[in-house]
Design a protein around this ligand. Structure first.
Ligand SMILES: [Zn+2]
Ligand SMILES: [Zn+2]
Length: 329
């Protein structure tokens, strides 16, 4: 099992989950210089902490931003997430981006898919447009050398229950992925706050989506957990006991080995509100102490954490990454 993509590899060549990809050697060195060691004197796996960075300007500007933030894991949009049309990627920029990423030891690289996609849509035109656009997202993510494409499962609006929407979603994903060579890329389904009819609020539902997809195809499906969505969905990760129960539920339903990425966002909206409103780390309903427990949880600490909190010229993004890093023990 490839640590980041969930790609099945033959047992003979399967690497132990702690093995570092050789392209992350420089990131490893960075982590060592940050003093992350086990008590044994052996170097531990470097913590993977980063942010959603912007490709506005150029792809390379995302790597520069990661550098400035001290991020060794990143997420990007490969195009505007709120527009259907996307200009093609420039092959020269792509090559420079891949090279710079390798040099800086950044991994994983996640690409977040467009917010417009709803492959579960009962409307044929919207569904087909979503399928075409999702295929483009896959091809762009693979071209960029991404480890995962993060997808919000979609909406069950127009259906009486989620089950038929999940069937349509799985068929649409199968259609979009026909003949696609995944290479190292995986599809990472993100849990949602559950507002409106959005799919993927509960871990049971996310697991059901994966199983329904796998009944049709052999797509490498993993998961992305958003902490703000998790709280708003009704899982009380702000308390020690709530976090313990939530991690247990994630393991039982999704499988912790399939959890590829954590979106570290505090939540403006309270537990169970189903409102998706991100807040700066430590300043929302999850809080600083709870984030300390989350990033240091023995079952979560090996996972990459990426902050998605809003950022601007005022350095709030920097503050959030630093806040998260400062909590790592
Ligand atoms: Zn998302
Ligand atoms: Zn998220």
């Amino acid at each position: 099992m490839n640590v980041w993509t969930g790609t099945r590899v033959p047992a003979k060549t399967a690497a132990p989950p702690i093995t570092l990809g050789s392209c992350w050697i420089s990131g490893f060195r960075t982590a060592l210089s940050m003093g992350e060691h086990l008590g044994t004197g052996m170097p531990s796996q470097p913590r993977r902490i980063g942010a959603h960075v912007s490709i506005a300007g150029s792809l390379l500007s995302a790597i520069d931003e990661a550098d400035a933030l001290g991020a060794n894991a990143i997420q990007i949009f490969s195009r505007s997430p709120r527009m259907w049309k996307a200009p093609p990627l420039d092959p020269e920029q792509v090559a420079a981006f891949r090279e710079a990423r390798k040099e800086r030891g950044i991994g994983p690289l996640a690409v977040h898919a467009s917010y417009l996609l709803n492959m579960a849509s009962p409307d044929r035109v919207n569904r087909q447009r979503s399928i075409r656009s999702f295929r483009e997202e896959l091809e762009r993510a693979r071209a960029l050398g991404a480890d995962g494409l993060v997808l919000h499962p979609g909406s069950a609006k127009g259906y009486e229950t989620p089950a038929p929407a999940i069937e349509v979603l799985a068929r649409s994903i199968a259609e979009a992925c026909e003949g696609f060579n995944w290479e190292r890329l995986g599809l990472w389904l993100e849990n949602t706050a559950g507002g409106g009819a959005s799919l993927g609020r509960t871990f049971e539902e996310l697991a059901a989506i994966r199983e329904t997809i796998l009944a049709e195809t052999e797509i490498p499906v993993g998961f992305c957990l958003d902490t703000a969505h998790t709280l708003a969905a009704g899982y009380d990760i702000a308390t020690p006991i709530g976090l313990r129960e939530t991690v247990k539920t994630v393991d039982r339903t999704l499988g912790l080995d399939r959890l590829k990425l954590i979106h570290a966002n505090d939540s403006k909206s309270p537990l169970g509100s189903r409102l998706d409103r991100h807040e700066h780390i430590g300043e929302g309903k999850i809080g600083r102490e709870a984030f300390g427990r989350i990033v240091n949880h023995p079952k979560l600490r090996s996972k990459p954490f990426v902050v998605e909190t809003p950022h601007g010229a005022d350095g709030t993004h920097q503050r959030n990454v630093q806040a998260l890093r400062s909590l790592v023990r």
